[in-house]
Ligand binder design. Sequence first.
Ligand SMILES: Nc1ncnc2c1ncn2[C@@H]1O[C@H](COP(=O)(O)OP(=O)(O)OP(=O)(O)O)[C@@H](O)[C@H]1O
Length: 364
Amino acid sequence: MTTTTTTGTLAPEGRGADKGRQPARTSLPEPMLDLVRIRKDFVLGGGLVGRITGTRRVFQALRDVSLSVRKGEIVSLVGESGSGKSTLAQVAVRLLDVDGGDVAYRGEGVTHRKGKALKPFREKVQMVFQDTGSSFNPRKTIGRALDETLRLRGVPRDRRQPLSVALLERVGLGDFVRKRYPHQLSGGQRQRAAIARSLAMNPEFLVADEPVASLDVSLQAQIVNLLIRLRDELGLTLLFISHDLALVSQISNRVAVMYAGRIVEEGPPDTVLKHPAHPYTRALIDAIPKGLDGRRRGLARRDGVKPDRSLPSAGCRFAPRCPLAMAICRDVEPASVTITQGHRTECHLVDEAKGYPPQQRPTR
Ligand SMILES: Nc1ncnc2c1ncn2[C@@H]1O[C@H](COP(=O)(O)OP(=O)(O)OP(=O)(O)O)[C@@H](O)[C@H]1O
């Protein structure tokens, strides 16, 4: 059974006290998804009017973003709205083309694959969306939606119904759901049905884009626990997208913090939570409701100043909001610095030789 604490945190279910984490391994598991220096621009006001009036702008949604996910891992992307999480997720499943960089799956480049050449990748890497209401066709029953996906996979007609019932069972739904239309299901049931549909392609990798954001706290825990169970039972690998650092830190092997189209910090969740190296991560942690009053602190105070992402980048994008910004932060883009093994950040305050910045050194 899935259990939820009063604060909505995830409690261990069944075997193993720490279900989200993989046991320590001696050798690293095989790389599944590699995103290498991904750049994605959106052209705003790109039509004739934009050209005539000079209002055409290039918005840098992703700037040289690199991330790799290994077999069996749950890697989470966190960051505020607009930081580029969904754009990176869509790049990862090749729903969006890139303007620079490479996408590789199990060591093979898929960046420029199209049509038939992309089909095997599309089957193995499935996406689960937040808004399941609009991702299902309202005029088709869940059974029909599942049957169609199974048909795409080449499953013979007579095998589709029993297989879809088994898929529904795997995500904790009864076979009655086959006859229901999407609007006849609750939010939690619809998200389970959406996960069943993505499993119908027999994937190896799930990209879950805010899969629980529209659910209440207890349902969030159930869906997250379901994803962890599927990872364990089916050997899936997951890229999990959320704006909720507290939630992802409980389920992930690694957390990548995004800000204004960059990954500004990446590391094991415990390390990132206990020893945040980047002031933005610290602000995200401060924004987690604490204590009985549930007040969020930190980020809100600095919400007003957002970077202009249409300009060529100069300096650190967080500098205008950063309470610790120095002169160099406004002029020079920070390089990636490794603090401890597996924990890296992009911040001028962090000195590779000395580790954590003085203001943020862990106190024991
Ligand atoms: N097709 C598009 N055209 C122009 N701008 C876009 C397009 N898609 C996304 N953007 C912009 O790119 C930025 C990153 O968007 P993205 O959806 O990736 O952010 P996010 O971190 O997932 O935010 P959220 O949590 O709100 O979904 C946003 O400012 C968004 O407005």
